[in-house]
Design a binder for this molecule. Structure first.
Ligand SMILES: [Zn+2]
Length: 171
């Protein structure tokens, strides 16, 4: 969490900016098995600018993730591109602001750790459904799935039961 690498200074002068670039791979996101991300490489370009009573943090993301197709299960590379804008404000002011991209910090802060918002901004760009174009899917698998879709769900359940059994045996 307290990874110093992601700290960025907060410019004091009005209009002052500070920028940095980060390369983020799958280790940064600590993917767990159920997300099925095989790997990723994202470049995040961050720019902090001092405004009158707050800072803006502009995040631009560009890269790809390697995952698996929801339809056929083959590997799939998805390009990720997008941007997000956050606002940093000191705690005392504008308490009733309603925007989830506003982050409050204590007034004596001179730097800010970007890790949490980099994490969030990138994950929001990941597609919820990940599929090949229909013509690019592995047709063999698709045909098999269609033929035995009922058996298939049965298999998933039984393999889960098996997994749990194994866990119990280990204990
Ligand atoms: Zn596919």
């Amino acid at each position: 969490m307290g990874d110093k690498r992601f700290n960025i200074g907060l410019p004091e002068k009005l209009g002052g900016t500070l920028g940095n670039e980060f390369l983020l791979n799958e280790e940064f996101f600590e993917f767990t098995g159920d997300l099925l991300i095989e790997g990723c490489l994202l470049k995040a370009v961050v720019s902090v600018e001092r405004k009158q009573s707050f800072w803006t943090i502009d995040i631009q993301v560009d890269g790809f993730i390697k995952t698996f197709c929801d339809r056929c299960g083959d590997s799939l590379k998805v390009c990720i591109q997008g941007k997000d804008l956050y606002f940093l404000k000191t705690k005392e002011r504008n308490k009733n602001f309603e925007n989830e991209n506003i982050i409050f910090i204590s007034s004596n802060k001179t730097d800010f750790n970007l890790r949490p918002i980099l994490h969030e901004a990138c994950l929001l760009l990941f597609p919820i459904t990940r599929k090949h174009k229909p013509s690019d899917c592995n047709q063999l698998v698709i045909n098999q799935l269609e033929k035995s879709s009922k058996d298939f769900s049965g298999q998933i359940i039984s393999s889960e039961i098996l997994k749990n059994l194994k866990k119990k045996l280990k204990k």
